[in-house]
Design a protein. Sequence first.
Length: 86
Amino acid sequence: PENGLCTRDIRREVWSIAPDDPLSLAAEIRWTCAAQRTDWRTESHCTTRLSCTAAEWVISERVEALADGHKVFERERNARISRDQM
């Protein structure tokens, strides 16, 4: 575009489940977003994983942000959420 901004988003999702075992559910989602102009560049990388037990959803996430190739932010979180009513 006329403002010189270039962007790119890449998302990869892999979902699986065995036909005879609903507790085998597994998902992994990876997402990369990038933006740049002539004199700067940013990127973010996110990974989320989902699985389950009979009682809980099991979720993990990792986020990383870079500015001009240098890491400026990073976070990892994990959660187990009750499957009540689900």
